[in-house]
Design a protein around this ligand. Structure first.
Ligand SMILES: C[S@@+](CC[C@H](N)C(=O)[O-])C[C@H]1O[C@@H](n2cnc3c(N)ncnc32)[C@H](O)[C@@H]1O
Length: 226
């Protein structure tokens, strides 16, 4: 393995803004921060927002700058990726930012009922061959419902027609309330929003988003209440 990647794995072990639940803790439902994120991790009662499949954590950090009165947690299994956001947050003393190195599949073992106020899912793998694994599929929506406050939003930003259309089907089937929906945010949605706060949120660009934009892909966004 490349030396730099190994160094990042080692760094993450020492970062106190990265929670590292073990598989054992998840399987035995014994993760110590479950139900205690406010009190023991952030040391405040501000709302907690998750970014799932956060990669380098651009959204986690970007949203935390937009909303200093909310807490943000990026969740990803790859420590060498979330290293970027975690290091930036440490260096810039961003107390409302943290990361969780884990499989999203364990989400209900890591957060208690009502502990999460909002979820962002940015450029997740559309899981072409494995619909069950899609992060906006029924299995995951049911898990999010167990940890989210009533009325909390799920925000999906994606380049993928498949994941976007699939999510719209899930929303329609479940008769879920849609807050915002656009198949082309830069050409259609953002120009119509004026100076609404969502504009600053949607202008944050991740590593993968930049890649898809350079290939001319249209970026989609749907925000709904699960
Ligand atoms: C296509 S990348 C997108 C990363 C980032 N959001 C971006 O836009 O640059 C998908 C990310 O999801 C993470 N991922 C995929 N499945 C996961 C799972 N079950 N649990 C945790 N992370 C997962 C991968 O490690 C990867 O970093």
């Amino acid at each position: 393995m490349a030396k730099r990647k190994l160094q990042r794995f080692a760094d993450v072990e020492t970062f106190d803004n990265v929670a590292k639940p073990t598989t054992e803790q998840a399987m035995q439902d014994s993760f110590p921060l479950k139900g205690k994120w406010h009190k023991e991790f952030f040391k405040n009662e501000n709302p907690i927002v998750l970014e799932l499949a956060c990669g380098k954590g651009e959204y986690t950090v970007g949203l935390a700058k937009n909303y200093p009165d909310k807490n943000f947690l990026g969740v990803d299994i790859k420590g060498n990726r979330l290293w970027h956001g975690a290091k930036y947050a440490l260096e810039n003393k961003m107390n409302n930012v943290g990361f969780v190195r884990t499989r999203i599949d364990f989400i209900t073992q890591l957060f208690a009922a009502d502990e999460v106020s909002e979820i962002w899912i940015t450029f997740a793998d559309p899981q072409k061959e494995r619909p069950r694994k899609r992060l906006t599929g029924e299995m995951f929506l049911n898990r999010y419902r167990k940890i989210m406050k009533a009325g909390g939003k799920i925000n999906l930003k994606s380049d993928s027609d498949l994941l976007y259309e699939f999510t719209k089907e899930m929303v329609a089937e479940g008769k879920l309330k849609v807050e915002v929906d656009s198949a082309n945010i830069y050409e259609e949605l953002l120009p119509s929003l004026g100076d609404a706060p969502l504009v600053k949120d949607l202008e944050i660009k991740t590593y993968y988003e930049k890649r898809w934009l350079s290939e001319g892909k249209k970026i989609k966004f749907i925000s709904f209440i699960p």
